[in-house]
Write a protein that binds this ligand. Structure first.
Ligand code: P6P
Length: 348
């Protein structure tokens, strides 16, 4: 290979930015394709702004810690949650791209009136997932999904968002770790980009990522063991006895999912006897992640039905989530199908 070719190849790689990749995925340069390319670029901008603040959080006043408020989820709000939420809103104002933003941090969708007549897309997002990790400098993430707005939504109820995950036209996450990564899919495979801070661009690192058919990792908060239904307890007892399994759990969905995507295995956030729906939110946590993982050859379910088939009855609906390598997910489901749920008993 001549030096020129090597140079040309290196240059081409540095130019395989997110916006160019979106156009390649859509195999089009028409207005819709350009809109989606621009939309993904705004998400990338939000990720860069959040990554920048996280990298200096420990040195700045008023960045870490709690606001003292409680969000719609009943969770204590971190200052970084508020910042990240506002970053996504700011990134889409005056963009003409997105009319509505539905966020974990906001009870109702945020409307950008100047975008609404033309912006036919809705962004659903968890601006800073796993923010309990922020103050201890562990990985956190942003999760996003893009849906086409259906109808005019003049009553601002956003009722058209209450549809299953197959309605997502794009989804992904940004992982704020040792490097900042953006992983996304538009229904044509799952692709991994790494932020090159010297360029300020997300550059393609892995195209068409494939999750291993099975893997050694199970990722679940075993502190909930006695709150689970018996089938999940039986599954965990099984993996305790099997050689070769490793438990990995960070308390932040994006990092735990990224590990499973790269190395194989299964992530579980099952329901409990008290909260059968579990903790994770469907529209802006579980469904986007399920979209990505299934595009990478994985499987996502509630334990009893495909996750992407679930139809939410309200914006912040929660769902159990069993997700990862298809063989690992099938094993968990086999325990659920074999063992009748135990009657609700109070565990000591
Ligand atoms: P627990 C973070 O709050 C989150 O929504 C996900 O990122 C994470 O997987 C889960 O909750 C952790 O919940 O109950 O294990 O602390």
């Amino acid at each position: 290979m001549t030096d020129y070719t090597a140079h040309e190849q290196a240059l081409d790689r540095d130019c395989l930015t997110l916006s160019r990749h979106v156009l390649q995925q859509l195999q089009s340069f028409d207005a819709d394709a350009q809109d989606l390319s621009a939309l993904m670029n705004r998400i990338a901008l939000a990720g860069k702004l959040i990554a920048r603040r996280l990298s200096r959080a420990g040195l700045m006043e008023g960045v870490l810690g709690f606001t003292g408020g409680v969000n719609i989820q009943g969770e204590d709000v971190k200052k970084m949650d508020v910042y990240a939420n506002e970053v996504f809103i700011a990134a889409f104002k005056q963009s003409g791209l997105v009319c509505r933003l539905a966020s974990e941090e906001m009870e109702k969708p945020y409307y950008i009136p100047e975008n609404c007549p033309i912006g036919r897309y809705t962004l659903l997002y968890d601006p800073l997932d796993g923010s309990s990790n922020v103050d201890i400098n562990l990985n956190v993430g942003s999760i996003f999904a893009i849906r086409q707005q259906e109808g005019t939504d003049l009553d601002e109820t956003a009722a058209d968002l209450l549809q299953n995950g197959h309605k997502q036209i794009a989804a992904g996450y940004i992982l704020y770790g040792p490097s900042t990564m953006l992983v996304y899919s538009m229904g044509k495979g799952t692709h991994v980009f790494v932020l090159d801070p010297s360029l300020g661009e997300f550059i393609l690192a892995i195209e068409n990522l494939q999750i291993p058919a099975s893997g050694p990792i199970y990722s679940v908060n075993e502190g909930n063991f006695w709150a689970w239904e018996e089938p999940i307890r039986n599954y965990v007892r099984y993996v305790h006895r099997q050689p070769g399994y490793s438990a990995r759990y960070s308390g932040a969905l994006v990092g735990d999912i990224h590990r499973i995507l790269m190395q194989g295995g299964v992530f579980l956030y099952p329901g409990t006897q008290k909260n059968p729906a579990g903790k994770l939110r469907l529209l802006y946590e579980a469904a986007p992640i399920a979209f990505l993982v299934e595009q990478a050859g994985g499987k996502a379910s509630t334990g009893t039905q495909p996750l992407l088939d679930v139809v939410p009855d309200h914006l912040h609906m929660r769902t159990p989530l069993i997700i990862g390598s298809p063989e690992n997910v099938a094993l968990v489901e086999s325990f659920i199908q074999q063992t009748p749920a135990t009657p609700t008993v109070t565990q000591v």
